[in-house]
Design a protein around this ligand. Structure first.
Ligand SMILES: C[S@@+](CC[C@H](N)C(=O)[O-])C[C@H]1O[C@@H](n2cnc3c(N)ncnc32)[C@H](O)[C@@H]1O
Length: 301
């Protein structure tokens, strides 16, 4: 079958089913299943042929999509900050809004002034930490998570994106992962070493959905993202209430923290940061104009 026609057919079926971005999803399905780049498809248009097995697979993918499975969960892949990440049922599907953390880090650090040690609390697929390490080539990172399945994925993604030797992943709950008296082995030299305790940049996108809201989330989210990556407790603030009390202890003197927040959590998180003695704090909005990232530095009260 001519690729152009199957593309049109897929867009039509996806659109009729009410899928948000039918053209984009059809394009990703084609790029995944066929050996063509989108530029080939644009350039050669009518002449590209697809054999019937592949057409069949693509139609099956469309059916999965209209039954509520996000494209990223069909192929277990997601692009973030221009890098490719593999996903599993243990990892959150990284969101484009989270890229704001990388943008802000690049504004704060540049040239010779770079964050030597970076910590990512609740690293999931590793998307934030690995993207930062792809920009700061002399930095070293530590990623933690309570999900060992997520950490396996993060390790794999770090290797695939060429920074496996500059990163350690540690299993444990928030600060406990760092503070328990253990050593980690880093692929760099395969020797065990003490876990870094002070960081120039601490990032986190913790679970921040209030648990009563989880049931109301879109099926694409509540049926596919792991509950551990969403559930922020009764008021959505559980993780921040654990992170703030020990944040200062783990920030180096000129260090900064960039924490993702929910659109309605600005006041609560600012209150927490004030309570724990952070005088310098700013809230940054995402492209939709919603508060998204709180930036905190160690200026004492
Ligand atoms: C919203 S997801 C963010 C994942 C990834 N950083 C991203 O932005 O795509 C939150 C992450 O925190 C992890 N997490 C949940 N509870 C945790 C805990 N008590 N200690 C450490 N990590 C936890 C989850 O497993 C999940 O990977």
């Amino acid at each position: 079958m001519i690729l152009k026609y199957i593309y049109r057919e897929m867009v039509e079926v996806l659109r009729e089913a009410g899928v948000d971005l039918p053209d984009l999803d059809a394009r990703i399905i084609i790029e995944e299943r066929c050996d063509y780049d989108w530029s080939d498809i644009i350039a050669k248009g009518e002449s590209l042929d697809v054999d019937s097995d592949i057409c069949q697979q693509m139609r099956q993918d469309v059916t999965k999509r209209i039954n509520g499975r996000p494209i990223s969960r069909i192929y277990n892949k997601r692009e973030f900050w221009g890098l490719k990440f593999s996903l599993s049922e243990n990892t959150l599907d990284p969101r484009p809004d989270t890229e704001l953390i990388i943008e802000l880090a690049l504004q704060r650090f540049s040239g010779d002034y770079f964050p030597k040690h970076i910590l990512d609390l609740g690293t999931g697929s590793g998307c934030i930490l690995i993207s930062l390490l792809s920009e700061f080539l002399d930095s070293h990172g530590v990623g933690t998570d309570l999900s060992s399945g997520a950490l396996d994925m993060a390790r794999y993604n770090a290797q695939q994106n060429g920074c496996g030797k500059r990163v350690s992943f540690i299993h444990g709950s928030w600060w406990n992962a760092l503070e328990s008296d253990h050593t980690v082995s880093c692929a760099a030299n395969e020797t065990a070493h003490k876990v870094q305790q002070k960081f120039d940049l601490i990032v986190s996108n913790p679970p921040y959905i209030a648990n009563r809201v989880i049931e109301k989330l879109a099926p694409e989210v509540k049926n596919h993202d792991p509950i551990l990556s969403l559930d922020g407790g009764v008021d959505g603030l559980d993780a921040y209430k654990i992170i703030f009390p020990r944040l200062k202890m783990h920030l180096s003197r000129c260090g900064i923290a960039l924490l993702e927040i929910g659109y309605d959590q600005e006041n609560d998180v600012m209150r927490l940061s004030e309570e724990y003695g952070f005088a310098l704090r700013t809230v940054h909005n995402d492209l939709a104009g919603n508060p998204r990232v709180v930036e905190i530095s160690c200026g004492d009260k």
